[in-house]
Design a protein around this ligand. Structure first.
Ligand code: ADP
Length: 447
């Protein structure tokens, strides 16, 4: 049984994992960069080790320093959280070779699903719909042009190693395709040290719907329903909800089975998320698999009552899942808002400053996952998420009202945040009626 673990992450997710460990009686070792000395996760863990200077490449992405910290602290396992090294199969392999459990899927599953182009093939072979696109990496412009003509514009150019909306470009004609490929390649090389890109049909007026999976090492795979993550800026999620106002029990079961088929085809274990785009007729297409816990996991926890992080530990300990598919029930509606230190009126420009006042909402069915506090400096080195506000109510209408109240109660000074934008969104009739798609924010709140 795992009794002492290292959390290779920072911010709210490190706090979230430490909380789960405390409940289980598992000792925790935090790691931190020189910029994060005052961070909440450092104070909460049983032990904390500095792993390097502020840039992530020298600290949270520094495999040698993290493994050295794990060996010095003598831990049984590493929980990678999300981002940073969470989907790095090489890191998972190094953990295994050092006799440290990696709390996540096996390196083999990660290799199979980590490359988005390869993941498309896995899904296709499992009988799941994918959008038309290329099967082999693009080699030259002529290739790309003939493929785009075959699929038909618009198309989207994506980095095979991509994540976080980077290295992605929509092209609606030949010149923008060639130009977009060059930009996407350069962005992908800079962000992921891998310039391979692929092309996929761009689906207009689509929703982003994802299925939460959890799989044990005994062949049991259960899905925990969907999250609707259609509210995005620049292809990055801002607001997530479960269940989706557009998905009924039949489509949920169909998408859940598709996600399970992909997990089976890749021998998947632990928590993971299969992401899909859904068109206006309810036809769905797999886009990628996230082989880790996700930022938006709390909405699923609120409606299913399942603690996904605890289940991750259960699976890592080799125990069978504590529930079966027929035990899963969706109760009420949960919505999450990502509170980012960004100026929504200035193209979401990050605003890393000192928080001078922090008063967070509370009450029945209100959850705030955060590492922030009054006096904390938001670091310019990492992403700008300062809190996740999650509200749970019996119906979507009640949830929207309660979320508005909670957003109004959230009193933050010293940094600009995305809260004013959310207040506008939650008052918009299309959002209230559940009529959203992935370009809803750009189409209605362009700034
Ligand atoms: P990342 O890994 O960078 O998050 P994803 O492949 O998950 O990238 O896509 C992120 C978002 O980009 C989707 O939620 C959607 O809004 C948009 N997107 C991706 N692929 C398509 C597509 N083929 N058609 C329309 N939108 C897409």
């Amino acid at each position: 049984m795992l009794s002492r673990i290292l959390i290779a992450n920072r911010g709210e997710i490190a706090v979230r994992i430490i909380r789960a460990c405390k409940e289980m009686g598992v000792q925790t070792v935090a790691v931190f960069s020189e910029a994060d000395k005052e961070s909440a996760h450092v104070g909460m863990a049983d032990e904390a080790i500095c792993i390097g200077p502020p840039p992530a490449s020298e600290s949270y992405l520094n495999i040698a320093n993290i493994i050295a910290a794990a060996e010095v602290a003598d831990v049984d396992a590493i929980h990678p959280g999300y981002g940073f090294l969470a989907e790095n199969s090489q890191f998972a392999e190094i953990c295994a070779s050092c006799n440290i459990d990696f709390i996540g899927p096996s390196p083999e599953s990660m290799i199979l699903l980590g490359d988005k182009e390869r993941a498309r093939k896995v899904a296709y072979s499992a009988g799941v719909n994918i959008l038309a696109g290329n099967d082999e990496p693009l080699t030259d412009d002529a290739d790309a042009l003939s493929l785009a003509h075959k699929i038909g514009y618009p198309v989207i150019i994506k980095a095979a190693a991509g994540g976080g909306g980077r290295g992605m470009r929509v092209a609606r004609n030949d010149p923008s395709l060639i130009n977009g490929i060059n930009i996407a390649r350069a962005e992908a090389q800079a962000a992921f040290k891998d310039s391979s890109v692929y092309i996929e049909k761009y689906l207009e007026d689509a929703r982003h719907i994802e299925i939460q999976l959890i799989a044990d090492k005994h062949g049991n795979i259960v899905h925990l329903g969907e999250r609707d993550c259609s509210l995005q800026r620049r292809h990055q999620k801002l607001v997530e909800e479960s269940p989706s106002p557009a998905i009924g029990p039949e489509l949920r079961a169909e998408m859940g089975n598709a996600a399970i088929a992909i997990a089976k085809a890749s021998n998947y274990t632990n928590a993971g998320t299969a992401e899909f785009l859904v068109d206006q007729n309810g036809k769905f297409y797999f886009i990628e698999m996230n082989c880790r816990i996700q930022v938006e996991h709390p909405v699923t926890e609120m409606v299913t009552g399942i603690d996904i992080v605890l289940e991750q530990f259960r699976v890592a300990n080799g125990r069978p899942l504590s529930f079966k598919q027929e035990d899963i029930q969706i109760n009420g509606v949960a919505i999450e808002c990502r509170i980012n230190a960004e100026d929504p009126k200035n193209n979401f420009k990050p605003d890393p400053n000192r928080i001078t006042k922090w008063y967070q909402p509370g009450g029945r069915g209100v959850r705030v996952d955060t590492h922030a506090y009054s006096g904390m400096v938001v670091s310019p080195y990492y992403d700008s998420l300062v809190a996740k506000l999650i509200v749970h109510r019996p119906t979507r209408a009640e949830c929207i009202i309660a979320m508005k109240c909670a957003l109004e109660e959230f009193d933050i000074s010293g940094i600009k945040t995305t809260i004013p934008l959310y207040l506008e969104i939650f008052g918009h009739t299309r959002f209230i009626r559940g009529l959203i798609n992935t370009t809803f924010i750009e189409d209605n709140f362009s700034r």
